[in-house]
Design a protein around this ligand. Structure first.
Ligand code: 5AD
Ligand code: SF4
Length: 473
């Protein structure tokens, strides 16, 4: 247990909620219902964090809008994983000059991973005077206090101290949907992959107590949620910082024991600590989806080593074989980085061959993005952007072909899906997901949203399946 696990006292959260009540009085004093907008970039963890920001904002009396010209408070929850996301944030924050000109009292906050990097917090301080409040992921639990400071002092507030992070329970949440829910089980990352900024901005791994996770899962099931995704940067190391004796597989079993008809999903698994116990548990727990997102990142041992991934190509392939032994219907998805510093034609060929060998159901592919302060940022990188783009295109072609082929294998089969929303398209007005998380478009009564139904797959393409209700529901 190398790091001390810091817990925010529940009384502190109650104090934040008391501040929400004070803000409520202030912002509703003229009888008006104020509006807030929360704009989220990046991963599911950020989506989950935004639900907490909205939870607090709702307690402050805010309703929500997507229109930045109407909003009294705008919160931009940012991502730092790749440069592209940062550029989008900066562009969009810059454009808020217009909205603030129309509405000078508008409060603009920028939070999340991007601003936890010192150089980015500085950049906003110096070049984006339109921003009133900046806070990193470690300060989210005290957002009400920070916002109140902006409101009462009329000064810009910056809260982006370096921190290893804490666990805070009891923050109110305003969830996005009514069918699918995110449930954070742990925060931070200890892995320090050499390309990745996450451990620097999200701090060390810290797990929520199993009883807190299970209590939240129970609430979600009671509220009618049917698809619960357990979230963490590396869920496979869940519990290592606790003395509860509960590992990730045990946690799945505990959630699985909650009565009700629902699905358990999880994101993300690091291949270095996915265990046979996990695969066995997934196979045995009837509510656990047979889907693993297992980012491989590269197919060459040399690159994997330079990335500090702590597994070899052979170990990854063995793990996949073992998982498929327990779950022959397993849906396997992955992340791949193309153009890691010094990745050669030969290295890349190994990534391609690994993909052909594993046949992922879906692949998320990224061109390497240099991140300030990471070890990879100072590795020699002789290959041109054009080389990387060529590899990226080649990999996408392989990924799309394999996804298309795998999807075609579903045609004619009847399977159970969870209807999770409406598409707005008349031909296929509903969207749904298979147990393995594959998207299925179908036609049916909107009242089916939130229900499990049997569908027969009639058509497919690279991205989705198309189906018909198998019987009168
Ligand atoms: N450049 C490109 N992709 C990255 N990822 C993480 N850091 C970088 C980076 N610097 C990708 C990894 C990870 C996913 C969430 O983002 O593939 O699994
Ligand atoms: Fe980044 Fe690696 Fe941690 Fe994932 S496991 S968040 S890629 S450092």
């Amino acid at each position: 247990m190398p790091y001390e696990r810091k817990v925010i006292d529940i009384q502190e959260i109650r104090r934040q909620q008391a501040i929400c009540a004070e803000i409520f009085d202030r912002v509703t004093a003229d009888g008006r219902r104020p509006l807030a907008m929360v704009d989220t970039y990046g991963c599911q963890q950020n989506e989950a964090d935004s639900e907490k920001l909205r939870g607090y904002l709702a307690e402050m009396g805010y309703s929500f809008t997507q229109d930045e010209f109407q909003a009294d408070v705008i919160v931009v929850n940012t991502c730092a994983v790749r440069e592209h996301a940062e550029m989008r944030v900066l562009g969009n924050v810059g454009a808020l000059n217009h909205t603030k000109k129309n509405k000078p009292d508008q409060i603009i906050a920028v939070c999340g991973c991007m601003v936890q990097q010192e150089h980015m917090a500085q950049k906003i301080k110096m070049s984006y005077p339109v921003v009133d409040l900046v806070f990193g992921p470690h300060e989210l639990w005290r957002f009400p206090e920070l916002l109140q400071r902006v409101m009462t002092r009329g000064k810009r507030v910056f809260a982006t101290e370096k921190d290893n992070g804490a666990v805070a329970e009891g923050i109110p949440q305003r969830r996005d949907g009514s069918v699918k829910a995110w449930l954070s089980i742990m925060y931070g990352c200890n892995n320090f992959c050499t390309y990745c900024v996450v451990p620097y901005v999200r701090g060390r791994e810290r797990s929520r107590r199993p009883e807190d996770v299970v209590a939240e899962a129970r609430e979600l099931v009671a509220a009618g949620y049917k698809d619960i995704t357990l979230l963490g940067q590396n869920v496979n190391s869940y519990g290592k910082d606790l003395d509860s004796g509960v590992d990730f597989a045990d946690l799945i079993r505990m959630v699985n024991d909650i009565p009700g008809d629902f699905l358990i999903r999880f994101m993300t698994s690091h291949p270095k600590d996915a265990t046979e116990k996990l695969f066995k548990t997934m196979a045995e727990c009837e509510k656990c989806a047979h889907h693993i997102h297992l980012p491989v990142q590269a197919g060459s041992d040399r690159v994997l080593k330079a990335m500090n991934r702590s597994y070899s190509r052979a170990k990854y392939l063995e793990e996949v074989a073992l998982a498929r032994q327990y779950m022959p219907d397993l849906v396997l998805t992955t992340d791949i980085i193309v153009g890691f510093p010094g990745e050669t034609e030969e290295d890349f060929a190994e990534t391609l061959s690994l993909c052909e060998e594993v046949r992922f159901d879906a692949m998320f592919t990224f061109i390497y993005s240099k991140r300030v302060g990471t070890p990879a940022a100072s590795m020699p990188d002789p290959y041109t952007r054009a080389d990387k783009q060529r590899h990226f295109d080649q990999l996408m072609e392989v990924a799309n072909r394999i996804s298309g082929e795998k999807h075609r294998e579903y045609e004619g089969r009847t399977l159970r899906v969870l209807v999770d929303g409406e598409t707005g398209k008349p031909a296929y007005n509903l969207s749904s997901r298979t147990n393995g998380g594959r998207l299925v478009h179908l036609k049916g009564d909107p009242a089916l949203v939130g229900q499990f139904v049997d569908v027969t797959i009639t058509a497919s393409n690279t991205w989705a399946l198309y189906g018909e209700l198998a019987e009168k529901q």
